[in-house]
Design a protein around this ligand. Structure first.
Ligand SMILES: NC(=O)c1ccc[n+]([C@@H]2O[C@H](COP(=O)([O-])OP(=O)(O)OC[C@H]3O[C@@H](n4cnc5c(N)ncnc54)[C@H](OP(=O)(O)O)[C@@H]3O)[C@@H](O)[C@H]2O)c1
Length: 268
């Protein structure tokens, strides 16, 4: 795999990088020349991914502040610098109407989806980026722009991450750029319960005629992380196959919303 974005000599932390979008992001960053530090909860998968990409890895949950500090320490110890942070790990739980959501489950969604990205950026900022600069990319969701059945906790937390992205972009310039990507429906484990039952139907309703692949999002992340985006901060890059603009096309209704309403059981 070759990349037009030169990241030789740079290093990147990617959370949730053992499968799906995070794995594609780490792979594309490594292909562009970056040394990567990958994370996830499953230690064996972390070891496998780090070895595959010639990088390092740390197993743990992003909900644990000690783990985030350890990730930054490891990256600095092994590579001597931190140029890119990609906050990708997330949970789409708790699933269901908000009136039924347990307070602890609601808090966990915000711990993983909002607090962890902030804490990781804090660690990277104090340890390296404040002095040397860098780029942060947060993985949000196209769904943060509107409401949907049963995904109130996920959508609300991702909307907060979008706001956090803009706030940090304003606070951390000019040394550090902070942007987000907002994917539409992508073929990963997290979203399997939505795309598997009705992929053709969902694809037919999209202007670009297919659901997303992890690589679609990875290419956008690498661009935002690279010097090609050196005058871009506080931006949210939609990578959604036209989901947001589908109402202007021939197809009617939203197959995704229908699957969320009727067939969904989100995965941890
Ligand atoms: N797929 C979509 O359609 C879609 C759409 C919009 C936005 N997104 C966003 O894209 C990002 C990646 O999602 P995905 O679809 O690629 O998910 P995925 O295929 O389920 O992969 C999730 C990755 O994150 C890790 N992970 C999960 N919880 C974690 C935690 N608490 N701490 C550390 N690592 C954790 C997983 O490994 P372990 O289980 O071993 O921890 C795995 O490596 C998320 O931010 C998601 O909200 C996805």
């Amino acid at each position: 795999m070759t990349s037009p974005y030169r990241l030789q000599g740079r290093t990147a932390i990617v959370t949730g990088a053992t499968r799906g979008i995070g794995h594609a992001v780490a792979r594309h960053l490594a292909a562009a020349g970056a040394l990567v530090c990958v994370t996830a909860r499953d230690a064996e998968e972390v070891r496998r991914t780090a070895a595959e990409l010639g990088g390092v890895g740390a197993a743990g949950s992003v909900a644990d502040p000690d783990h985030l500090r350890a990730v930054v320490d490891l990256t600095l110890r092994e590579f001597g610098r931190i140029d890119v942070v990609v906050n990708n790990a997330a949970t789409n739980l708790p699933y269901g109407p908000l009136m039924d959501v347990e307070p602890l489950a609601w808090r966990e969604a915000f711990t993983v989806n909002v607090e962890a990205p902030l804490r990781l950026v804090q660690c990277a900022w104090h340890a390296w980026m404040r002095e040397h600069g860098g780029a942060v990319v947060n993985v949000c969701t196209e769904g943060a722009g509107h409401v949907g059945p049963n995904i109130g906790a996920y959508g609300t937390s991702k909307a907060a991450l979008l706001h956090l992205t803009q706030q940090l972009a304003g606070e951390l310039g000019p040394k550090v750029r902070v942007n987000s990507v907002s994917p539409g429906l992508v073929r990963t484990e997290m979203a399997r319960f939505v795309w598997e039952p009705g992929e053709e139907e969902v694809a037919a309703g999209l202007p670009l005629g297919r659901i997303g692949e992890p690589e679609d999002v990875a290419r956008a992340v690498v661009w935002l992380a690279s010097d090609a985006a050196e005058w871009v901060t506080g931006a949210d890059l939609l990578v959604d196959g036209g989901t947001r603009v589908r109402a202007a096309g021939a197809a009617t209704g939203s197959a995704v919303q229908e699957h969320l309403r009727t067939r969904g059981t989100a995965t941890p």
